[in-house]
Write a protein that binds this ligand. Structure first.
Ligand code: SAH
Length: 219
């Protein structure tokens, strides 16, 4: 499908939803959330015309807002319920957090770049997504004071599963993360916790920016 010329128009958004369905997203609640959240509000002016094309786009600090299909896919595979508290690692633009906020009770999102976190927080507030809290920190450490989380979603690629995150997952909880070497193939992995046991399932191949330790030093 060509990039929608009417990026923020009605046609662009209808094609956007159709493309998600055609690629296999079927959960009506997820499709509704993808329909409700205006992706154009999460990208900068120069790339707005591409906001409803199914592609990742650049955001500040050399990071990216994920491809809509991947956002919808991960949201669907996270198997959220309305009463859930969700931790997101890698706020970026705040788009994934906004989509999740339509489906769960509370989202706590951690970003290592203060600039990105500040912009995302203001944006989410302005759009009325008031059940999202954006924190600055190293998401690889999770946020122990707020644990346990029913669901954890990591939106940057890890080389191995961060132990702090599995520890902060509730019993019966599910974590989704892109896993694999930065230069090679990464896969979305679903980790399900029951008691002390962690079950891992490998889902689709993906390409994400790296999950990096510590908070970012900015100029
Ligand atoms: N979910 C985002 C996509 C973010 S791209 C969106 O919807 O727009 C991945 C983000 O993860 C980047 O902003 C990057 O700075 C952040 N990141 C990488 N490592 C991190 C870490 N250890 N803790 C918190 N954020 C991290």
């Amino acid at each position: 499908m060509p990039d929608a010329p009417l990026g923020h128009g009605k046609v662009g958004r209808m094609e956007f939803l159709l493309a998600l369905r055609q690629r296999g997203i079927s959960d009506p609640a997820v499709l509704r959330a993808m329909d409700e959240v205006p992706r154009e509000s999460f990208v900068d002016f120069p790339v707005r015309p591409q906001a409803y094309a199914d592609q990742a786009l650049p955001i500040a600090c050399g990071q990216t807002i994920s491809q809509p299909y991947i956002v919808a896919y991960m949201t669907e595979q996270l198997r959220v319920k309305p009463q859930h508290r969700v931790l997101e690692v890698g706020t970026g633009s705040g788009y994934q957090a906004a989509v999740l906020s339509r489906l769960v009770r509370e989202v706590v999102s951690i970003e290592r770049f203060r600039t990105l976190a500040d912009v995302a927080r203001k944006r989410l507030t302005a759009l009325g997504y008031d059940n999202v809290e954006v924190l600055v920190g190293d998401g690889m450490q999770g946020w122990p004071e707020r644990a346990p989380f029913d669901r954890i979603i990591v939106t940057a690629a890890a080389e191995e599963i961060p132990q702090a995150l599995t520890e902060q997952l509730a019993d019966g909880g599910v974590m989704l993360l892109p896993l694999g070497p930065q230069a090679g193939t990464q896969h979305i992995v679903r980790v399900t916790k029951s008691g002390e046991t962690l079950q891992e399932e490998r889902l689709i191949a993906v390409r994400f920016v790296p999950l990096l330790p510590g908070t970012a030093r900015e100029l």
